[in-house]
Ligand binder design. Structure first.
Ligand code: GDP
Length: 529
């Protein structure tokens, strides 16, 4: 059995795509699935107008095209491996959920729009990857459109992220006049693509040797050859060790919409991304892959439908074999949890899952008792480090619409805090009736409003506060901030753990507070502890 687990784990590649909205994540996801023959035909992704609510893009894809995916993970085979592609909600619903998914992957594909370069959400997500030691493969997308120079994009990655870009494919022809790609490992050939109509099928790939390439595209080939030799001289070649250490990133170019460069990317995930390994435990030890089952709850999704109030907990298997029906223990309470209703999260018919191995994701229904960050285990106890909390950037006072529903209001807010839907802040000044909700993305507030009304029958009113930055501090710092007459801001503590947070209208206000009280401890919150 244990040999089985290790072998099965070695076949898993569990990854996520991180990107800024509109960089092409949905398009790339479809293209990856198409290459892996998980689906037979992909259509152009619809415009996003009218997209709203908690439904992820993947759910929309599913509805629009009958592709069987859920909002959490897409599992498909490729070259004898099992690929688990975890969704990172990255659009209107950008929130803490997005970050938490990165606790459940072994690798990330950073998708960059060739015309826009690095964007705000790419930066934030990259920070989390760096913090968690998740290695990053880069895909520069939309090379079929006018955009920025390839070398300039590499420079931006290197200088902004202190991450050495090591191209594995290189474009022949600049952005907007893509003639083909060179696989840097086989530099005397050019891959030429003929786009299938509408991108509906894999693009046809032809291999030209150097002479043929020169004849076909002339100066563009010569320029690519020159750029490649420059790259070799500057040491920009793929290096597995520094990639796994988070110091370099293999770079791929392409156009997801026409499936160009996508096969090479998918192969890279198989060949370069790490398979699941032993997982660090909260006590400093490690859970080996072949230990009894253990898993980490990285996402809990409430059913937004009033008539189905159950919750699904998404669990990444970290060790051992998960078998449907087994009883596992919730580490936080020591209480058993029956998994009779485990679901496979991907499958043509949403079949129930029978067995899962390290790297796989299991959806557990009726999971009202489970929380994000929970460890589940069988036989031998394991506790994984809890989920990191993130620096909130949106703040709103929340009040019950109906004072008569105060009890339900308090219960609901406490529950949403515990589930990690939002962070709840309190202060004596504002009182218990008016806690402040703190979120990474504004979408989290919509979820609160919806659930308070539908689940706790205590509709709420939200009143945005003019803050956009938070720092952790201590009681002294909190007092100084609340007293300061120069700096606009306020200190509150987090209901869950009592940590003091200073809230500021802008980073500029943080600097002026630091000037006024140079001894005051302010700590950036960005990501993991
Ligand atoms: P997401 O917001 O990151 O999921 O991005 P989408 O996949 O929805 O893509 C955003 C827009 O970019 C859509 O209009 C896509 O058709 C377009 N797009 C995606 N990939 C490419 C590409 O490789 N080339 C071009 N020209 N457009 C693309």
């Amino acid at each position: 059995m244990s040999g089985d687990t290790t072998e099965e784990a070695a076949r898993r590649r569990t990854f996520a795509v991180i990107s800024h909205p509109d960089a092409g994540k949905s398009t790339l996801t479809e293209a990856l699935a198409l290459h892996a023959h998980a689906i037979t035909s992909a259509g152009a992704v619809h415009g996003k107008s009218g997209r709203r609510g908690v439904s992820s893009d993947w759910m929309e894809m599913e509805q629009a095209r009958g592709i069987s995916v859920t909002s959490a993970v897409l599992q498909f085979p490729h070259r004898g491996q099992v690929m688990n592609l975890l969704d990172t909600p990255g659009h209107a619903d950008f929130s803490e959920d997005t970050y938490r998914v990165l606790a459940a992957v072994d690798c990330a594909v950073m998708l960059v729009d060739a015309a826009k370069g690095l964007e705000e959400q790419t930066r934030k997500l990259f920070d989390v990857c760096r913090h968690r030691g998740v290695p990053v493969i880069t895909f520069i997308n939309k090379w079929d459109r006018p955009g920025r120079d390839a070398l300039e994009l590499l420079d931006e990655i290197e200088s902004e992220f202190r991450l050495k870009p090591t191209p594995v494919t290189w474009p022949v022809g600049g952005p907007g006049h893509m003639r083909g790609l060179v696989d840097v490992r086989d530099p005397d050939r050019m891959l030429r693509y003929t786009r299938a109509p509408g991108g509906a099928k894999e693009a046809v790939e032809e291999v030209l040797d150097a002479a043929e390439a020169e004849q076909a595209v002339g100066a563009d080939w010569e320029q690519a050859v020159e750029e490649l030799s420059l790259l070799r001289e500057t040491g920009g070649t793929y290096d597995p060790e520094s990639f796994l250490a988070g110091k370099s990133t293999p770079v791929f170019f392409g156009a997801a919409i026409s499936n160009i460069g996508v096969r090479l990317l998918l192969d890279a995930v198989v060949d370069m991304a790490p398979a699941p390994g032993p997982r660090p435990l909260a006590d400093g030890g490690e859970r080996p892959l072949d230990a009894p089952f253990s898993g980490l709850v990285f996402k809990v999704q409430a059913n937004m439908d009033r008539s189905h109030r159950d919750r699904i907990a998404f669990v990444r298997v970290c060790s051992g074999v998960f078998e449907r029906g087994m009883t596992v223990t919730r580490a936080a309470t020591g209480k058993p949890f029956a998994t009779k209703y485990a679901h496979s999260v991907f499958g043509q018919d949403r079949s129930s899952l029978e067995t899962a191995y390290p790297g796989d994701v299991v959806g557990l229904v009726n999971a009202g008792a489970l929380r994000v960050g929970d460890t589940l285990y069988a036989e031998r106890k394991a506790v994984f480090p809890g989920m990191p909390t993130f620096a909130p950037e949106h703040f709103s006072v929340v009040r019950p619409v109906d004072i008569g529903r105060t009890k339900q209001f308090r219960r609901g807010i406490a529950q949403l805090d515990e589930e990690g839907v939002v962070q709840v802040l309190v202060s004596d000044r504002r009182g218990e009736q008016a806690p402040v909700l703190a979120a990474v993305g504004p979408m989290q507030f919509d979820v609160v409003q919806h659930r308070m009304e539908n689940e706790f029958t205590a509709p709420v009113r939200l009143e945005p506060l003019p803050y956009s930055a938070a720092r952790a501090t201590d009681a002294v710092g909190a007092e100084q901030l609340n007293k300061s007459r120069l700096v606009h801001g306020e200190a509150m503590h987090r209901a869950r753990d009592g940590v003091w947070l200073g809230l500021f209208p802008s980073k500029w206000h943080i600097s002026s507070f630091e000037r006024e009280f140079p001894d005051s401890p302010l700590e950036a919150l960005i990501a993991a502890h």
